[in-house]
Design a protein around this ligand. Sequence first.
Ligand code: NAD
Length: 322
Amino acid sequence: MRILITGGLGFIGSNLATRLSKQAHHITILDNLNPLYGGNKFNLHDANLDNIDLIIGDARDKELILRLVKDIDVVFHFAAQVSYIDSLNIPFEDVEVNSVSTLILLESIKKLNQKTKIIFSSSRLVYGRILQTPVAENHITAPLSLYGIHKMVSEKYLEIYQRNYGIPYVIIRITNPFGIKQQMKHNKYSIVGWFMRMAMEDKVIKIFGSGEQKRDYIYIESLIDAFNKVMLNNECENKIYNVGAGYSIKFKEMVNHIVAIVGKGKVEHIEWPTNYESIETGNFEVSLQKLHEDTGWINSCTFEEGIEKTFKYYKRYYEEYF
Ligand SMILES: NC(=O)c1ccc[n+]([C@@H]2O[C@H](COP(=O)([O-])OP(=O)(O)OC[C@H]3O[C@@H](n4cnc5c(N)ncnc54)[C@H](O)[C@@H]3O)[C@@H](O)[C@H]2O)c1
């Protein structure tokens, strides 16, 4: 297949590109390497570069997108303003990258080839405050951040273009992914990577409040398995799926485990900053039944195994990620 991955130098995109490049696919990566996010050319160090074209450019560039989607079978649309905290500070960047770029992609596909499938990386944050766990895909969506709203707008665009033009889509609502090739430059998102760095540098890791809040952390390999399965399975078209580990652990357990595996770092509890508390969703635990029933996918990696693999990777390639 001919596959376009927007945001393909980032954490999720590059892990997927690496996997797909070793199969018989041809991959085009589009990434603007905006320093706020996790794009990193080193992320392709173990990919089969014979099967990858790398384009440094912007997912908001209409002419470029029109050129790139020509003859493409599947688009993984991952380019994003990824920080839900920042979405309130840079609202226009957020709406442009998280919503308008999806519309640009859809308009290009509408013009060129309406059979092109879009696989979109949405987020657990479209649900907002959690009323019932485990969270199934039909849980109420009431986002508490602009990031969540703009991801949901993209989901709605995909549904409308499917209804009107038949353009197939799959929406994946990701929980908290972690693992190799994740950015560790700042703590605005991908907190597991940031805490791993803090521990490796023997620094103090600050936990807001008591750290009792539960999260579902999925290791990157399992997430890539899920993307691979929904790409190949036509049953998945025009559906929304949660993807996560399927079980949650307390925030403080996550931190304590990282510190234990790394063998360095200290933990300190501090007050919640006001801007975080207003968008805190409460405990999160996801139902994976729909994805499992449609594709047979199961989460193949525990949190503990994932942390060990992640630590091994950063011990080896530490200097490539700061
Ligand atoms: N990391 C998470 O916690 C998480 C959780 C749920 C959903 N997601 C979604 O998964 C997707 C991938 O996120 P990630 O974790 O790999 O983050 P990442 O920061 O590692 O990757 C995002 C990539 O998009 C690129 N990018 C940003 N704006 C762009 C633009 N205008 N044009 C072209 N490229 C652009 C960045 O350079 C970066 O390489 C995003 O859509 C994100 O919203 C991430």
